[in-house]
Design a protein around this ligand. Sequence first.
Ligand code: SF4
Length: 304
Amino acid sequence: MKEVILSQPFVLALALNNYDPLFGVNNINSMRRLDGDAYKQVTKFIETSARGSVIVLSGGEPFLDPRIKALISSARSNGCGISVDTWRGFEEQHPCYNQIQQIRLRLLSLNREKHDTLLDMNGSHKKAMAFGNWMLKNFAGEKILVFPICSENRNEMPKIVDWCRRIDFYPNMFIIPYKHRYALKLEDYPEVTTQLLALPLQNVIIDTPLLGLSGWPNLCSGGRLAMFIDVDGGVKPCPYFPYPLCHLDGDGIAKAWRCLQREVANLNANCSSCSQFASCGGGCLANKTEFGEEYYCPYNEVGK
Ligand code: SF4
């Protein structure tokens, strides 16, 4: 099947700051904010070319940034959808909730102690649950519960799905990247993917491209539909990719998007000759080794 090449990202995700204890920055005083020039290029894209696109305000903790209100307002008046990722690392409620179509709240465990230990932040579970309750009563848009699967919480998947059903959230599960301190062990990965496929999958969002090998169509959208901009203007396929592949150098989103498409194709160059490529799309880009191999792929000799 021929791949459709988009001339601009359908999903533009950006980090308004990098305050995120799960991915390394657990002190609000040492967080960095999105570079002013990168912010200007994003706003220009929204005002001129983004109609019909989705803008994802991702972490860090977007609700901490004073620019969020203006950004959301501009995106809405220019015909974009808005999705916001939060781990509830903010204190004040925001006046802009009614303009957001989707909020994605991250939870690492239903168990208070485990969640707080994984985030290394006491009281975080209580705050996340309180915000989830607030969303249930007050937020009219789509409610997503993001559950990053790691070695410490992998046995909670069925409970999370069941819990989300009861409280009217969609569960979104993804396996945390292989270099993360809580990443699954190589030998545990097959068992976890088998457990994922055994879940009642209706209305469960699973971001695990290798499940394509088991018949669950799940291609990665990074560099195909989606682009992520980090706080320094670095361009990546998604927030979890470990280093920037391109940079917003002042020539705007369209040029950075073409660069990202090329770099993702390069990362997938070896996989593209594999007989399974149409099923898994090369797997998870955040799990690619320096040789372009998917760390967790059972076919590590590409094309075998
Ligand atoms: S080698 Fe690449 S394309 Fe082939 S199955 Fe593994 S990840 Fe997929």
